[in-house]
Design a protein around this ligand. Structure first.
Ligand code: NDP
Length: 466
């Protein structure tokens, strides 16, 4: 039977839209199916509104600092409903922009829940469509089953729709979403308690960042309740109670469940169509994002590889270039920069100190200082930077920072890391003065050196050296 399209993309989030537009640019007839708003998690209920909320919170700090710079009569009160209305307008504008991008690219948009109904057959909005290839880019949604009662709590989707700052908030979890919203809501005036099972937040991040984040959040007023297992959440007349493994109970007017996300695979006919899911319910794919079913590929959070917007976009474009363009493109998932938008924020790329030290000799350079802007007003706030350097080749393996502007600084330095820059390259780069970023090119002596266990003992592949 003839195809109505060359490609059907399920999901109009960042990854799906990027793949659809790139395939159309290669001349493919493309349709995108979307059951919700165009733009997906990042634009509608994730990165973008979160960052707008972070900016709102950052004014509290600016107002507090202003008198130290000579400003008088500085005062203000945050009305969340005003922010919420402005945010809704901005998200609607961006959604319109995404729709226009698809339209201008010649991509057809079909509203409705899409379902695979055979090889290359997709049902959506009462239509049965046939395509040479299907790309699943359906994203993820908050998990709600880590502990009993968690379904009672808000998710990040709900927090981003708040029109009032809760008087007190219990944040459950210790990953990206937990620490970002704990920091933001504390900045907006909520009394925040962060409950996490491990002693240090952000598992998987460089230890020096983890050690510094907790006191920094505490200095911003977040009460940390870490290192105790979480047992159950229940609702009370006054709000919520979180029972912990040591018998203690944490209470707050509102609760946020930030215990991770699950791939959106339910009700899509995936397994019936031969698409294998892994143990966590994600679509299992190979290095080219190809699933176990003929003519079905998957990208982004639904594959649970590195769940970040730029990665989904890169995976989508690599798929489109490989299948509809003239060359095969693969995404390197080993060196992905990321940021955590706490106050202070984190920027990180490459190997952490411990991971690098398991692979071979490592020199660690670091700088820990009070940045000029806040030191001037007497604030004890500090910035911390670390370079993890291969002790044999001098190549920079990891760049890590917690402090003002860390995400912006690390994005720039990630280019150097991708290019294989060595510590000597950093040393001969002249400083931009006076900046915080210049510290990265002014580190002279290693703070410590790690010895040389064999690469095989680390049990992981060494980073590719070029
Ligand atoms: P994460 O996987 O980052 O964190 C989940 C947290 O929940 C972990 O701290 C985990 O603890 C904890 N947890 C899980 N189960 C339990 C349990 N039974 N009891 C107690 N704690 C539990 O998920 P998030 O929801 O924070 O974020 C989802 C994804 O969204 C991330 O993977 C990230 O890629 C992306 N994201 C990225 C952002 C950015 O780039 N700035 C911002 C927001 C989200 P433990 O560590 O002990 O397992």
């Amino acid at each position: 039977m003839s195809h109505s399209h060359d490609l059907i993309v399920i999901g109009a989030g960042s990854g799906g839209v990027a793949a659809a537009r790139r395939a159309a640019a290669h001349g493919a007839r493309v349709l995108v199916a979307e059951s919700g708003r165009v733009g997906g998690t990042c634009v509608v209920r994730g990165c973008v509104p979160k960052k707008l909320m972070m900016y709102a919170a950052s004014y509290a700090q600016s107002l507090a600092e202003a008198p130290g710079y000579g400003w008088v009569d500085v005062s203000g009160r945050f009305e969340m409903a005003r922010w919420a209305d402005a945010k809704a307008r901005e998200i609607a504008r961006l959604e319109g922009h995404y729709r226009k991008l698809l339209d201008d690219s010649g991509v057809e948009l079909a509203a409705g829940h899409a379902r695979l109904a055979g090889a290359g057959v997709v049902e959506v909005g009462g239509r049965v469509l046939r395509a040479g290839r299907v790309l699943v880019a359906s994203g993820s949604a908050p998990a709600r089953d880590a502990i009993p009662g968690l379904e009672l709590a808000m998710t990040s989707d709900d927090v981003l729709e708040l029109r009032e700052v809760p008087a007190s908030l219990l944040v459950i979890g210790g990953g990206y979403i937990a620490v970002e919203f704990a920091s933001i809501l504390a900045g907006l005036g909520a009394k925040v308690t962060l409950a996490y099972r491990d002693a240090l937040l952000l598992r998987g991040f460089d230890q020096s960042l983890r050690e510094r984040l907790s006191p920094a959040l505490a200095a911003r007023g977040v009460e940390l309740a870490c290192g105790v297992a979480l047992q159950s959440l229940s609702r009370t007349a006054a709000g919520f109670e979180l029972l912990r493994g040591d018998g203690s109970v944490l209470r707050a007017a509102a609760a946020l469940n930030a215990t991770g996300r699950r791939p959106n695979t339910a009700g899509m006919g995936l397994e019936e169509a031969g698409v294998r899911l892994d143990a966590r319910g994600a679509i299992a794919v190979d290095v080219d994002s190809r699933s176990s079913a003929d003519a079905v590929w998957a990208i982004g959070d639904v594959t649970n590889r590195v769940n970040l917007t730029p990665v989904a976009i890169a995976e989508g474009r690599a798929f489109a270039d490989s299948e509809f363009g003239a060359r095969r493109v693969r995404v390197d998932h080993r060196t992905v920069a990321s940021a955590v938008f706490t106050d202070p924020p984190i920027g990180t790329v490459g190997l952490g100190e411990a991971a690098a030290a398991r692979l071979g000799p490592v020199d660690v350079y670091e700088s820990d200082f009070r940045p000029m802007r806040t030191a001037f007003t007497g604030s004890p706030a500090r910035s911390y930077m670390k370079l993890v350097v291969d002790g044999l080749s001098g190549r920079v393996l990891g760049i890590h920072m917690i402090g003002a502007d860390a995400p912006e600084i690390v994005q720039g330095l990630a280019v150097a890391l991708s290019c294989g820059a060595t510590k000597a390259d950093f040393d001969r780069t002249l400083a931009v003065h006076p900046t915080a970023a210049e510290e990265f090119v002014l580190m002279r002596e290693p703070a410590r050196r790690h010895g040389a266990p064999t690469i095989a003992s680390a049990g992981v592949a060494p980073p590719a050296l070029t």
